[in-house]
Design a protein around this ligand. Structure first.
Ligand SMILES: NC(=O)c1ccc[n+]([C@@H]2O[C@H](COP(=O)([O-])OP(=O)(O)OC[C@H]3O[C@@H](n4cnc5c(N)ncnc54)[C@H](O)[C@@H]3O)[C@@H](O)[C@H]2O)c1
Length: 347
């Protein structure tokens, strides 16, 4: 078992161990006093993993109920959030009880926001079951839902009480979802860890499972370090957004349908690097993402992507922050006016 302790305002541990889902009841008993909980999950994950989790919780004396919603980004909205609140009321979950997010980033984000807001805040545990959720969204405390005005526009910072990563659960993920998570893994290599990047260059989508536990550990440890220094994203934490400004624009251009978050981030990282960094770094990054079946660009014209960039959360009073990696393993935050950003991107 590997454990990473995240020392944010409310500190918590991340457990990384194959097979840990079966031990979740015991692990949670060690950190949470209440014996009453509700598991929030989507229909796909429910059919694969909810029984194992519920069994482990019940064996450890927990009173458990399960709320299931349809899988996919389209469920990360205020209607489903309202249904979760109603369910928690119906099951008489109180302020001293807790909820569990079992699933990918969609489940984690909406459950986290429910935990941040229900009764002005209750504890929650993250059990991420996608690669993206294990290496990124389950750690760091960002929670949100989407509204008509944009993705993740309503949310809160709320750290979980515990995160349990069982990489055995990744075995049932479609390859396209592994690719999606690998975009974030490549991002960590680019912004902070040359060695990680080299490991990625020496594997591909068919062999990466051999080193998956180490990769998950390394990525979470990088995220821990960044988040501990800047919990509420006032400065350094912005480096985690490498590739995301253009990535979100590309996802938006595709109406969040046929283009995954990982594909957007991958194309976004390559496009910004190609415009601002050396050909050598651009070439290495492109080759690396291609090993994981990820795109290096998009058919969306830059002129149509830029309006999405200027309405992004990373855009503040006429200026925009974006991340550049002039060296593999080192990221810089750049802040320019929206007009300057447009010139750089169109140039
Ligand atoms: N909070 C953060 O810091 C943060 C960071 C990055 C992304 N996000 C958010 O995360 C979301 C994307 O997360 P995601 O990529 O995990 O998507 P997701 O939660 O939609 O999961 C992808 C698909 O995989 C299925 N699935 C999940 N686990 C499975 C398993 N073990 N086996 C088989 N199928 C499984 C799900 O049912 C879903 O259909 C977005 O909403 C994004 O905004 C949040």
């Amino acid at each position: 078992m590997k454990k990473i302790s995240v020392r944010t305002n409310c500190p918590y541990d991340v457990i990384i161990e194959r097979g840990s889902l079966k031990k979740a009841g015991k692990l949670i008993s060690g950190v949470i006093g209440s014996k009453k909980t509700a598991v929030i999950t989507d229909d796909t994950v429910n059919s694969l993993y909810a029984d194992t989790l519920v069994k482990s919780l019940e064996e450890n004396g927990f009173d458990v109920s399960v709320f299931v919603f349809p899988h996919g980004e389209q469920s990360k909205n205020l209607t489903v959030l309202g249904n979760i609140y109603d369910f928690l009321c119906e099951k008489r979950i109180t302020r001293s009880d807790f909820i569990i997010a079992l699933g990918g980033g969609v489940v984690g984000d909406i459950t986290g926001f429910a935990a941040a807001s229900f009764m002005r805040g209750i504890d929650f545990v993250q059990i991420p079951t996608t690669l993206l959720a294990q290496v990124d969204s389950s750690v760091g405390g960002k929670t949100a839902v989407d509204i008509a005005g944009g993705k993740n526009l309503v949310g809160a910072f709320k750290q979980p009480a515990l995160v349990i990563c069982d990489s055995d659960t990744l075995r049932t993920l479609p390859e396209s979802e592994i690719s999606c998570g690998m975009a974030e893994v490549v991002k960590y290599g680019m912004i902070r860890d040359k060695k990680l990047f080299e490991i990625l260059e020496n594997h591909d989508i068919s062999t990466i499972d051999e080193v998956m536990d180490d990769i998950v550990y390394t990525c979470i440890d990088i995220k821990r370090d960044v988040v501990e220094n800047d919990e509420c994203e006032k400065g350094e934490r912005k480096i985690l957004n490498f590739g995301h400004t253009l990535g979100h624009a590309i996802e938006g251009w595709h109406n969040y349908t046929d283009y995954t978050h990982g594909m957007g981030v991958s194309a976004g990282m390559c496009m910004i690097t190609q415009r601002l960094c050396s050909p050598e770094i651009t070439e290495r990054l492109k080759k690396c993402v291609e090993l994981y079946n990820l795109p290096t660009s998009t058919e969306a014209p830059m002129s149509e992507l830029l309006p999405y960039c200027s309405t992004d959360k990373k855009c503040e009073s006429g200026s925009i922050s974006f991340i550049v990696c002039n060296e593999i393993g080192r990221a810089e935050i750049k802040k320019v006016t929206v007009t300057e950003f447009e010139k750089l991107m169109e140039g």
